[in-house]
Design a protein around this ligand. Structure first.
Ligand SMILES: Cc1ncc(COP(=O)(O)O)c(C=O)c1O
Length: 372
C-alpha cells in the first residue's frame, strides 16, 4: 500500500473511493446488511444504489452465498466490511468480484491490523478505507484514511483529495471536544455521572444517521444532505495518528489477549451465551469489539442489567431495524442481519482493561444471563 490519503473521517475516505471508481448514477454497490449506516449513506451520497446483502450468522460479515445471490447487471462494486475486527472471507469475496468484474472497496474501519490467511485486511481490494474515530484500533479523535491499491485510480483520488477543504475552527473544536470526552469519560466517577448522557447522545446520533439514510434512499435528489462534511485531516490529528500508529500493534495485541481471556472464561456458559469464533490459524481478529449473543435472556434486558451493575455493555447499530425496514432490502430478506439487530450485544474490550476489569465484566455477564 503506497498511496494513502488522510481525511477527516472514514466516511470521507469511502466517498473518495467510490467517487474515484467512476461509476454511473444508479449503479449498485453491495453492502452488508448488518453494519454501520455511515457506509450506506456514503454510497447514496455518491448517487449510487446500495443493495444490502445478508451476513453470516457466525462471522457477522457478508455471506459469500448472499453476495452471489445479490449479483445482477447493475452491480458494479462490493464493500466487504471486516466487522468488529473479524476479517471477511476475502478469498471468496475476491473470487466473486474477479469473476464478475466488480470493484472491491474494503471497509477496514474496525480492522486495522487484522489478517486473513496471513495477509493484512485492506490489501485485497482496489481500495480500502480506515476510520480513526474513538473506539477504533487507533484514534485521531476523528479521522480516516483511504489506501489505493489499484494504480488505475491513484490519479483520480489524488485530484479529489487535493480539492478537499482543510478543516476550519468548528471541526477542530469538535475534534478537541471528542478527544477530551474520550480522555475523561473512562474515569469511574465521571463515567457514572455522564454515562446516561453519553448513551443518549450515541443513540441519538445513530438514530439521526439511519433517518438520514432512509430519507436519502427514498429521495436521493431531495434536500437531505450528508451528516458530515468531507475534509482533509488537520495536521494535529495527523500528529496524534503517527503516535498511535507506532503503538497500534501493541494496542491490538492487548485487545486480542483480552478476547482470548474472555473466550476461555465464558466458554463454560455455552448454553447461555453465543460467543465469537476462536480465531483460526492464519487469521488475526483484532476484536475491536467483543460480540455476544445472549441465548436465554432478551438482549436488551441483559444490556440494561449489566449497565445497572456498572459494566458498559452496548447494543451495536441500535436503529438498524429502521434501515432494514426502509425498502432498501426489497431484493433480499436479510434474515440473519435482522436477527442480529434484535439479539447481538457487545461487551467492553479495550487495551486499558486489566484482568480484574475483565473478571468484573465476566461476572456481571454470567450473573445477568443466568437470571431468568
Ligand atoms: C464499519 C464502519 N465503516 C465506516 C465507518 C465510518 O467511519 P467514520 O465514523 O470515521 O466516518 C464506521 C464508523 O464507525 C464503521 O464502523
Amino acid at each position: 500500500m503506497r498511496n494513502i490519503y488522510t481525511v477527516n473521517a472514514g466516511r470521507t475516505a469511502l466517498g473518495l473511493a467510490l467517487a474515484a471508481l467512476g461509476l454511473k448514477k444508479g449503479d449498485t454497490v453491495l453492502v452488508p446488511a448488518y453494519t454501520c449506516a455511515a457506509v450506506v449513506e456514503a454510497v447514496i451520497l455518491q448517487g449510487l444504489t446500495p443493495r444490502l446483502v445478508d451476513v453470516d450468522p457466525k462471522s457477522f460479515n457478508m455471506a459469500p452465498d448472499a453476495i452471489r445471490a445479490a449479483l445482477g447487471p447493475s452491480v458494479k462494486a462490493i464493500i466487504p466490511i471486516h466487522l468488529f475486527g473479524r476479517p471477511c472471507e476475502m478469498d471468496q469475496v475476491m473470487e466473486i468480484a474477479d469473476s464478475n468484474g466488480l470493484y472491491v472497496v474494503e471497509d477496514c474501519a474496525q480492522s486495522l491490523g487484522s489478517r486473513y490467511n496471513g495477509r493484512m485486511t485492506g490489501t485485497f481490494g482496489d481500495a480500502s478505507v480506515f476510520s480513526f474515530g474513538i473506539g477504533k484500533s487507533m484514534t485521531t479523535g476523528e479521522g480516516g484514511a483511504l489506501a489505493v491499491n489499484n494504480q488505475e485510480f491513484v490519479d483520480r483520488v489524488s485530484l479529489l483529495h487535493d480539492i478537499l477543504p482543510v478543516p476550519g475552527i468548528a471541526w477542530r473544536i469538535h475534534v478537541a471536544r471528542t478527544i477530551l470526552a474520550a480522555k475523561t469519560l473512562p474515569h469511574e466517577l465521571v463515567y457514572s455521572m455522564l454515562s446516561t448522557l453519553a448513551e443518549h447522545e450515541t443513540g441519538r446520533a445513530d438514530m439521526l444517521l439511519f433517518a438520514k439514510c432512509v430519507a436519502l434512499a427514498q429521495d436521493p435528489l431531495g434536500k437531505s444532505s450528508s451528516s458530515y462534511e468531507p475534509m482533509k485531516m488537520p495536521s494535529y490529528c495527523a500528529r496524534i495518528g503517527l503516535g498511535q500508529l507506532s503503538i497500534v500493534e501493541s494496542l491490538n495485541a492487548k485487545r486480542v489477549a483480552n478476547a482470548i481471556y474472555l473466550l476461555g472464561r465464558l466458554s463454560a456458559f455455552g448454553t447461555l451465551l453465543g460467543l465469537p469464533e476462536f480465531p483460526r490459524k492464519g487469521t488475526y481478529n483484532t476484536f475491536t469489539r467483543f460480540p455476544i449473543l445472549p441465548l436465554r435472556v432478551a438482549r436488551d434486558t441483559v444490556v440494561r442489567r449489566m449497565r445497572d451493575s456498572g459494566v458498559d455493555a452496548e447494543i451495536p447499530y441500535q436503529h438498524l431495524r429502521l434501515l432494514l425496514e426502509s425498502g432498501l432490502t426489497a431484493q433480499a430478506v436479510c434474515v440473519n442481519a435482522r436477527s442480529l439487530s434484535e439479539r447481538l450485544m457487545t461487551i467492553p474490550n479495550h487495551p486499558l482493561l486489566d484482568q480484574s476489569d475483565l473478571e468484573r465484566v465476566c461476572n456481571a455477564l454470567v450473573e445477568t444471563v443466568g437470571q431468568s
